[in-house]
Design a protein around this ligand. Structure first.
Ligand SMILES: *Cc1c(COP(=O)(O)O)cnc(C)c1O
Length: 440
């Protein structure tokens, strides 16, 4: 372990479960980094077009998406009162404008997983239907919701390993198409998430072990069944591209709100990170759209900073948080991952601005602050997103980094900060009440 910790000056503090700000020494100019990436804008546009084709189907299955014509998209909300509260209570001066990207309120799954998870189920559905000669790209995809089609899909199984939210997204979407669904839940998964899934007819298998083990078991069971498809959260390019579409949608939303992003109007985004797929996909899309004018940070729990450990050691999925003496245990169930995605780590290495880590009690402090200031509820995992702007702008190292990146006081005054709120809408009322008193 000693020589692991020598690989980056931040690691000894990470190993002590301290809150840290880490600035990525391997960050490259976006054009250079994106040139080497195996995925590109064409892939993101292809995913966007697929979601558009499925809109008529989504509308039929999930009437709550009717107002957006079957698009699953979330509000982008200015939170000036929270911005003020962060300044008053947390000692950071946040110039520019703070916005909340409310994926917490995405239809169907109530979390960011409604992007990647549902996209992957739909892509698989399109492939199966096309192979069987039941669907053409030019068809109205609403036909996939007919009883005959459901009958066809009921011959197939979808399986996934999850800490909770991915299982809910895949489970609810797959059940809507008509698949048999098996969700392999890690020990961190909350009871209400399991209960909700079972109410949708999903088979939930519980493990005493962590997320990595749930994935391993799920994959093995799925591989043994030729009619079963396994959603691989650690390596799936489909999931990643589903998340990346968020950037194209965000671009439209920023334009609609009259917010400019360019060299003089930088965009700074913080996204909570578990295994890496969701924040990685969103970040990759944002770098495609905004290049060097967007700076993306990930935020992780102090006991489960798997992506940070992977990045700072350069070992990616070859290292886990237990290797540096951390537990991997956190109340932030969406982020309770000990080993990062190697695929995402590789893609993000030259693109990620940096990382912050946050203690469990602080998640609840932010959660209550947002409730108090803006009357918006987020699940604890999602509240990790506020740590980015606060730590970057509070710490000397953060300010020095801004200077180095050419983010002058003038540019920061014109900047937009986005806290990417990754989950919350489905949390039951009694659990919300319980959260309100946690660590008090
Ligand atoms: C899954 C999840 C994340 C992180 O996504 P990963 O793909 O695991 O990195 C963040 N917040 C919430 C609420 C989540 O459910």
């Amino acid at each position: 372990m000693e020589h692991l910790l020598n690989r980056d000056p931040v690691l000894p503090r990470v190993a002590e479960a301290q809150e840290v700000l880490w600035l990525n020494p391997k960050l490259q100019p976006a054009a250079q980094a994106l040139e080497c990436a195996e995925l590109g804008m064409d892939d993101i546009r292809d995913a966007q077009a697929r979601l558009d084709r499925f809109a008529s189907f989504i509308r039929v299955c999930f009437p709550e998406t009717e107002p957006r014509g079957g698009l699953i998209e979330s509000p982008l909300t200015p939170i000036p009162m929270m911005q003020k509260m962060l300044e008053e209570r947390f000692g950071a001066v946040i110039p520019g404008k703070l916005l909340l990207k409310q994926d917490s309120h995405l239809a169907i799954a109530g979390s960011v997983k409604a992007r990647g998870g549902i996209y992957e189920v739909l892509k698989h559905t399109e492939e199966l239907a096309m192979e069987a000669g039941l669907l053409k790209e030019t068809d109205d995809y609403a036909k996939l919701a007919t009883p005959e089609m459901r009958e066809f899909f009921s011959n197939y199984t979808v399986q996934v390993g999850s800490t909770g939210n991915l299982g809910m997204s895949i489970g609810i979407a797959s059940a809507a198409v008509g698949y048999k669904v098996i969700v392999h839940m890690s020990v961190d998964a909350k009871q209400w998430k399991k209960d909700l899934l079972r109410s949708h007819g999903v088979q939930v298998i519980e493990y005493e072990a962590d997320y990595g083990e749930a994935v391993k078991q799920g994959r093995a069971q799925s591989d043994a069944d030729p009619m079963s498809y396994f959603v691989d959260d650690e390596n799936s390019k489909n999931l990643f591209l589903g998340y990346a579409v968020a950037a194209l949608r965000l671009q439209d939303q920023l334009r609609e709100q009259g917010i400019t992003v360019d060299e003089n109007h930088p965009l700074l985004v913080t996204i909570p990170c578990g295994v890496g797929g969701a924040p990685g996909g969103v970040a990759f899309g944002l770098k495609q759209v905004y290049g060097d004018n967007v700076h993306v940070f990930f935020s992780e729990p102090t006991q489960a900073p798997c992506m940070l450990v992977g990045m700072a050691t350069g070992l990616h999925s070859q290292v886990c948080v237990q290797d540096v003496g951390l537990t991997g245990l956190t109340e932030a169930d969406g982020l309770a991952v000990g080993r990062p995605s190697g695929f995402v780590g590789g893609v993000m290495e030259p693109l990620l601005a940096g990382e912050v880590t946050i203690s469990d009690p602080k998640l609840y402090v932010f959660m209550r602050a947002l409730l108090e200031s803006q009357d918006i509820f987020l699940e604890p995992s999602a509240c990790a997103s506020f740590q980015g702007p606060v730590e970057l702008l509070k710490q000397e190292a953060g300010c020095a980094w801004c200077e180095k990146m050419g983010l002058t006081a003038e540019k920061l005054a014109n900047s937009t900060h986005i806290a990417w709120a990754t989950g919350g809408a489905l949390v039951p009322a009694d659990i919300r009440e319980h959260y309100k008193t946690m660590y008090l």
